[in-house]
Design a protein around this ligand. Structure first.
Ligand code: CA
Length: 115
């Protein structure tokens, strides 16, 4: 096994072990919607304040909050799905750059220091 494969496996195991499993599904859904952003934004910190959030400490950043409240298809559904396009025109982190423009540029739409 290559070093990078091991590193990714360890990172993935840590992510699965310490966050809600649903969040990994959300991450996969985000990457499916924005495949070009996979390298820069296909990670926990796109929606969370911490890069590797733990189950008991998984605070959402402004973009993550908008995903949960404004992009969710059915907030009462057991398995939630999202229409990320519903919040593309917003500027969740208030840095003056729309979410979709940040996603295209590979900057974090939930972090005002990243634009
Ligand atoms: Ca922004």
């Amino acid at each position: 096994m290559k070093k990078t494969t091991i590193a990714v496996s360890v990172l993935l195991a840590f992510c699965v072990g310490t966050t809600l499993l649903a969040n990994l599904d959300n991450q996969k859904a985000f990457v499916a919607k924005y495949p070009d952003a996979k390298a820069s934004l296909g990670k926990c910190s796109t929606c969370h304040t911490k890069p590797l959030p733990k189950k008991e400490d998984h605070e959402l950043n402004p973009y993550g909050k908008d995903v949960q409240t404004k992009a969710v298809v059915d907030p009462k559904a057991e398995k939630k799905t999202y229409k990320f396009e519903k919040i593309e025109s917003l500027d969740s982190d208030g840095d003056g750059v729309k979410n979709i423009d940040e996603i295209k540029a590979g900057t974090n739409p939930g972090d005002p220091k990243s634009k």
